[in-house]
Design a protein around this ligand. Sequence first.
Ligand code: UD1
Length: 422
Amino acid sequence: MEKFIIEGPTRLCGDVNISGAKNAAVAIIPAALLVEGICTIENVPQISDVKISCEILKELGVKVEWLTPNTIRLDTTHINSTTAPIDMTSKFRASYYLIGSLLSRCHSAEVGSPGGCKIGARPIDQHIKGFEALGATVTVANGRISAKADKLVGTSIYLDTVSVGATINVMLAAVLAEGTTTIDNCAKEPHVVDVANFLNTMGADIRGAGTDLIKINGVKELKGNGTYSVVPDQIEAGTYLLAAMATKGDVTIHNCISKHLESLTSKIEEMGGHVEELPDDSIRVWTDERAKKCNIKTLPYPVFPTDLQPQAGVVLALADGTSILNENIWESRFQYTEELNKMGAHITAQGKTAVFEGVESLSGAPVSASDLRAGAALLIAGMAANGKTELSNIALIDRGYECIEEKFTKLGAKIKRVDVEE
Ligand code: UD1
C-alpha cells in the first residue's frame, strides 16, 4: 500500500498544466465502441480509471495503442465479446457506459455492477429507464447488469433526476437507434458536451448537449477515422485553485476553460482570493490573507460541483469565521471532515450540512482518504498544515489525478510517495 508523506506548511506558487478530464475520458473511451473503425483520442489523462477502461476494451477485442503518453488510437472494427470482465468493471463507476455503448453497437451487453467512490447510494434506475424506453430488456442479477434488444427505436425520455451518468449512457444507446430520441432534464456538465462532441466528430447527429434537452437523430453507423481531444478537467483545475487558496499561495493554471470554473472562481473571490483570467486559457489565483468565511451549496452544473466540495472544505476549515456547506448530490460526502478534525479543524457534519468554524492553522496527522476527492482535499490540508501528515489510501487519488505529486512538487510542496507494508 502506498502513502503520501507531506511536510507542511507550504505556500504553493507557480504554474501547473491541467490534464484532460477524467469524467470525459472514461466516457469517451467506451463511447469509441460505437465506431466501426479507428479513432484517435488526444489529451487523455494517465490515471488508473483510464488504464482500466482501456484494459476492458482490449478484452472485448479492441486494439488499443498509446501513440504518446496522452494519445490513444483505438481500433474498434471488430468486437468479439459483449461481456465485460466483472472484476474490472467493479473497480470504477464509469464502467456503466459499456452498457449503453455495447447495447447500441451489438444490441447486447453484460457488465458487472459498477464500483466507484463510496459517497452515498448510486442508483442507476434512470439509465435502465432510458434503455428500456429505447426497446431493451434489462436484467439486474448476481452482481451483473444485462441488456438486450432486437432493435433500438428512438423515443422521448424524461429523466426523473438530473444525472450525468444517465444522460451520457442513454445518449450512447440512442446514437445508432432507429429514428429520433429526445432526452429531457439532462445534465449539462462539460463532460456531457464533450462526449456528444466526440460522437459527432465520429459521425453521430446529437444536438443540444449542454442544455436540458438533447436530441439524437439515429445514424446507421459511425465510421470514425477522426481525432478528438478531451476537454480540460474542470475538477482538477478547481483542485489546484483551491490548493492555492488553502496555502495562501499564487498559482496559475494553464489549459483550462474559465467558463467551466465560474461557480468556483466567484466563490474564491467571495473568500477574498484574487482571480485573474489570462488570455491564453489560463487562470491565476492568489492571496496573502486568511480566507473569509463563505457558504457553498453543491448542485448540478452550472452550480458549484460536488466534486470540489471537499477541497473547498479545506479552505473553509481555515477561514476566518463560520461557513456552511450544503451537499445536495451525495449523502456521504463529509467523511473527510472527521479526518480534518484530527488535524485540528472544527467541523460538525450532519446529513446534508457541515458547519465549519474556521481555525487559524491545522497540524499534520495520520489521515486516510475515503474517496478520490476526499483524498485530494486531505493532500491540500497536509500542504497547508504545520508538520507531517501521513495520507493513506492514495490509490483512490491515482484514479483521477494525473502526476499529482509531481504537479504539486513543482508548485513547492514537499510530498513523498512511500510504500508501506499492509
Ligand atoms: C458523475 C461523476 C461524479 C460526480 C457526479 C455528480 C463520473 C464517472 N462521475 O457521477 O464524479 O460526483 O457525476 O456530478 O462522471 N441518480 C439517481 N438515479 C440514477 C442516476 C443518478 O437517482 O439512475 C442520482 C444519484 O444518486 C445522485 C444524482 O442522481 O444523487 C447525481 O448522480 P449522477 O449525476 O448520475 O452521478 P454519476 O454519473 O454517478
